[in-house]
Design a protein around this ligand. Sequence first.
Ligand SMILES: Cc1ncc(C[n+]2csc(CCOP(=O)(O)OP(=O)(O)O)c2C)c(N)n1
Ligand SMILES: [Mg+2]
Length: 540
Amino acid sequence: MTEQIEGHGGELALAALRAAGVNEMFTLSGGHVFPLYDAAYKTEFPIYDVRHEQSAVFAAEAVAKLQRRPGLAVLTAGPGVTNGISGLTSAHFNASPVLVIGGRAPAFRWGSGSLQEIDHLPLVSPVTKKAATVFATDEIPAAVRDALTTALTPHRGPVFLDLPLEVFFSTGEADAPAAPDVPVVEYDPEEVARAATLIAGAVRPVIIAGSDVYAADAVAALREAAEALQVPVFTNGMGRGALPPQHPLAFAKARRTALRGADVIVVIGTPLDFRLSFGDFDGAQVVHIVDAPGQRATHVEATVSPAGDLRLILSALADHRGDREDHSGWVADLRAAEDAARARDAEEMAAETDPIRPARIYGELRRVLAADAVTIGDGGDFVSYAGRYLEPSVPGTWLDPGPYGCLGTGMGYAMGARVTYPDRQICVLMGDGAAGFSLMDVESLVRQKLPVVIVVGNNGIWGLEKHPMRAMYGYDVAADLQPELRYDEVVRALGGAGETVAKAADLGPALNRAFDAGVPYLVNVLTDPADAYPRSSTLA
Ligand SMILES: Cc1ncc(C[n+]2csc(CCOP(=O)(O)OP(=O)(O)O)c2C)c(N)n1
Ligand SMILES: [Mg+2]
């Protein structure tokens, strides 16, 4: 007979969460969710609390992204849940297995006007894989397990459950929950064979690998496939670092040359979206390898689009034994373009300008960041530069907001990263505009002894908007911030530490102090407001 468990709704939910390998919750207090706190408190399950619900969801998302297991945010009914919606939406775009458990006004008097009474489901359904209300206490463990199974099944994504007050606080019993049993998405070997033949027969093939490759734990298989077929690899999102920068097939800076010159472009584990010119590559054939059939592009037709478990598909590509074109000339051409771009970047990263340009900050950061440091980007131009100048060499160390591009991930992602890696360097690269969304959560980090380093590129403007608006209209509005604002003093007031840096020569020592501080530390770098990240169009 299956073992039975008994307890209130919080205890039953926690049993299922533990069984699924969830190790912590991120939350902001609300009476509707007290039973989960009670269950956690009594069994020493870690609770991390924040100052805005979106930070709780972003923290859960960072855990999910980095650890490839469910991240949990617990949000109170009504405004708690609605404040979490940008986080849920980001998780939706990033295919992150996040579970949000919401409180909910009592079901027995629904419609009578209880405090914070709103039906969350219509609000969260469009941005979750599954959203449901659990109406019986006994059903909570099965509902949690089902939700987590859905979240973890490729194509992954967030899920939402809410529990009416009386369901949460009542006592029930259920079978002891088991871990989710995540199905393997089977691929069509025929399609993979066609893809392999196309890539092997290409003269100038290119691979672009994205976040789902890391999420599927397919990094080693990617490397094997690239090596077997001798294809240069570019990465984005959580795919960054999949091949170390020294690898002969690892490329970052020759992307434009590669995409213009390629005859076959293999896009793996990332959508054919605006970051990849919507899959339109001037006549090159496209192989789009996705983790589930629903991820195949509908706006553009790939030559072949295998769908299924990415590790298995990439291993099958690595095993391809047919004829192969010699790609060495193509790889050498790209290497020359890469080296030339690298030399230009090196100059910019060493530039002695006054005011400081963002490139120099990254030049200095590269000296102090350890290989396994987690870097987090939250901002506009300042983060575009981070993407260009920082080169992750360990997979799963780069957290950008993803294609939804939501500002405000910074402190939440930092919290999730610190909880994941108590001993690594965690470094948030933040625009001064972005800082406004989450800096108050430095208080949460200080209080819960979660030190991180925050480097603010302080140009006194919403740079990524101001420059394009000026270019478009000849003037700009709503794009200025207070120049030279002391964000470091904000962090000090919240119990952390920091300093302002105005001269390039002072950057290195400041960063060293920051990583040695042992408390949240903000390095407020005054940068040149005239500096604009070179891009052809921001609205494409
Ligand atoms: C929540 C949210 N609001 C607005 C935007 C639009 N937006 C994108 S980048 C940007 C400017 C960011 O400014 P800052 O963080 O100071 O970085 P900078 O570009 O100045 O380096 C804005 C407002 C967004 N992406 N997300
Ligand atoms: Mg700015």
